[in-house]
Structure formats: structure tokens, C-alpha cells
Design a protein around this ligand. Sequence first.
Ligand code: G3I
Length: 461
Amino acid sequence: MTSAGRRLLASAAAMLLAVSMASAVESASAGETDPGVKDTTPFAVGVAIDQRETTGTAGVLVARNFDQVTAENHMKPDAWYDGQRSLRMHPQAAAILDFASAHDLHVYGHTLVWYQQTPAWFFQNASSGQALGTSDADRAVLRERMRTHIFGVARLLSERSGLFGAGNPVNAFDVVNEVISDGPESDGLRRSEWYRILGEEYIDLAFRYADEAFNGVYAAPGVHRPVKLFINDYNTEYASKRARYLALVDRLLARGVPVDGVGHQFHVGLTTPVDAMAQAIDAFASRPVTQAVTELDVPVGTPVTAERLEAQRTYYRDAFAVFHARASSLYSVSVWGLTDSRSWRAKDGAPLLFADDYSPKPAFYGVLEAAPAPTGVLNATTRCVAGRIVVVTTVENRGASAAAVTVTSPYGSRALRVAAGTKASVAVSTRAATVPVGEVTVSSTDLVFGTDRSGYAAVTC
Ligand code: G3I
């Protein structure tokens, strides 16, 4: 279960308790007494993995802490081809998909079109091996290669795990990755082979093909656009790169290109002001797109000292506070790896949330500390009234504004509005003579509940 509603109902009370006990349990293996990161955030949280993180302690840790996974390497363009240029699913991609299905996780796909990790033959004439040029014929060849690739990926994923929107865990994809230039090119676009041959058109085509494949041909009938289509890039925390990114996204949206989301990789460091990440998200907030933090990591430098790991805790806490404050703009926040030495930045010093022995680092507790304190409290009781059994549920709103709340018991669901700083009760009754021990759950997009369920005692009237 990964809905925003469920996450809003996170077990923040348990989390706060755990945070207050953090120093006592930080050395505990795998943080077994701690809440999962996913239970403390209103947005989905994800992690980049390969097959090694789908089994054993690593697999347990992923399933406990995260809502979604990204294949760190095995869904990139070149991973879909064997040595004979034949399309097939990489065994590691299959393992990640199966793991996600088995643990009710989503898969954030990465990536369909990239200038790196793409077979060289994509950009070559099939018979001569010569580089494709910019003739109409050569451009048509490359367009068709892109289309065939994207449709092939969608087909293989749906053959293994079901149609999109009907059981397939893939619900988002980086359609194009790192298409923005690092320098001030006139149009702000990276000079890649895709660009040399097709120009800016290649970005439009990638989204249109992806939409046709993932949200059309291989989507479940009757499900509206089940896979969110993202553009993704790095250094968006820098104003100049961000301006080029924003200009491209605006051009795409103006042309009606089906872009659903904007990704910020955020490969940052302890000296990157967290406010720079806030500015990156804020820059796109007025556009009709969702956003994702796609590849967060924060190395501490070497040597890795206790002091630096504490600074990292503060950094992750402040970064997640930025994300919490912008939750309505965020589709998901993903860290780029599970344990430190598996990171592509391992040499820069312990960038992730978990140590190599799978124990939660101070950074993990920093993430938990960023979660806002609960503002909603729930309590359910049973009593006999005129021969009927009544389940009475009381909701307390400790927040600063009124909240809409839905209370669900085995005997029915009720919506209520609770004014700020007040309590409100709802009652549902049953003719049954006996009610067993049961549970009431609550959901609200306005309140953060310390717990989303309250048990009540058995009663006989
Ligand atoms: O597949 C080969 C394997 O056959 C061989 O045995 C092994 C020996 O080193 O190398 C393997 O390939 C490596 C691959 O990771 C899988 O481990 C590549 O050499 C290595 O370059 C590659 O690095 C990945 C990198 O992307 C490639 O560009 C990193 O793991 C991965 O974290 C990184 O991720 C990127 C995102 O996709 C996009 N944003 C930036 C991010 C960091 O660079």
C-alpha cells in the first residue's frame, strides 16, 4: 500500500519515540526497532538498487524503508540488448521487477533515452557501420530505432509483470536523462549523438513514443495514463543549469509534449546549501508537472569521521525538511543506493543512509527527524446503546486549521470536518449482539496522524 493517504497517516508517534531513543539504538543492526523511512513521509521514497539488494538483509531493509525502487543500471538503454543486438530483459532487471511485485513496491524506471550507456550501433548505419548523418533517411532510421527501443522495453516489462496500471509495478519512467548542457549552449541542450542527428525533436519524440507505449498500447484498458513520464537531470540546484532546464520544460509543455514530471538528481555535498534544492523545486512549482528527487546522495569527504557523520545527519534532516515543506510538489524522493560502499560516490565518503553492515547511520535518523510532528489523534471505543452496539470514534485536530477526515470501521465509513484545536466524534452502529475486537482507521490529507488506526474492545449487548 503506497498511497499518499497512507503515508500521511504515518506512524509519526512511533517515529518520534524512535528518534528520541536514536542515540541508544543507532548501533542496532538494520534498525529493526525504527519506523521505515516510508512511514514518515507524505511522498513516496525510493532507492536505487541492483539484484544484490533484492535478497537477504538488504532486501528486508529495502522493503521496510522504501515505497519504490529504481534500477541503478539495468534498465538503461544498453542493458536491454545482448551481444547480438537482440532485445531481451537483463536478468537483473527481471530480478528487480519480481522483487518489487513480491513486496508491493513500485518501480521508477531509469532511463529510456540517454547519451551514455547506449549501444554505439544506435547511431550507426546498420550495413556500413558509418555514423548516421542528418539526411532525412538517416534521421528516419534513428527515429525508428528510438521508437522500436521504447516499445520493446514497454513490451518486455508488460510481458513479465502485467499491463501498466494493472499489476505492473512500474509507475514512472525517466524518459530522457541529462539532456541539458553543462555550458551555455544557445538552446541549452547537450550536444549528444541524439541531438547531432535529430536536434531538439528527439526529446519530443521520446515522450510521445513513451506515452504511446506505456500509457497506450501496453496500458490496461480503462486506466488513464498509468506511467508518469519524467525528464531528469543533475545540477538543477545551480541557477544557470536550472534556467536552461526550465526553458526546455516550458518549450515541451507549450508544444503539448506529454511530460508529467521533472526530476532533480541532487548529487550534492555537505557544502551545498539545502536552500539551493528548495529553489530548484520552487522554480518548477507553478508549472503543470509533478517533481521528483531522483538520485539523492550526500558524501561527507574523507576520512569519514563521527563528526562528519553528524554533519551528514543534520544535512539529511534539513534536506528532508525542504522536501516535507514541498510535499505537494513531489511525486517521490529517492536515494541513489542503499549502503555506503555500494555507492558510485563511495570514494567521496559514506554518502547514503545505511552502513555496510546494514545498520542505520545518523543520516537515517536525520531523515526521520525531518518528519513533522503528528497533528491528528484517533481514539475508538465500543458501547451498548438501546440494544445496539455502537463504535464511537473521536478525532482530535491539534493542528492550526480545520481538517477533513474520513473514519472507516467494519460497520461503515464516515466523513467529518474537525475544526482546529477541537475534537469531533462519529458513531456507527450494528444490530449484531456481539462485536469482536476490531479496528478503526482514519485518513486525511490535512492532518498528520501519529497512528492511523485505533483498536476497540469486544463487546456483547
Ligand atoms: O556492467 C559492467 C560489468 O560487466 C563489469 O564487470 C563491471 C566492472 O567494473 O562494470 C560494469 O559496468 C559498470 C556499471 O556501473 C554497473 O556496475 C560501469 O563500468 C560503470 O560505469 C557503471 O556506473 C554507473 C554509472 O551510472 C554509469 O554511467 C553507476 O553504477 C551508476 O550509479 C551511475 O548512475 C548515474 C545515473 O544513471 C544518472 N545520473 C548520474 C548517476 C551517477 O553517475
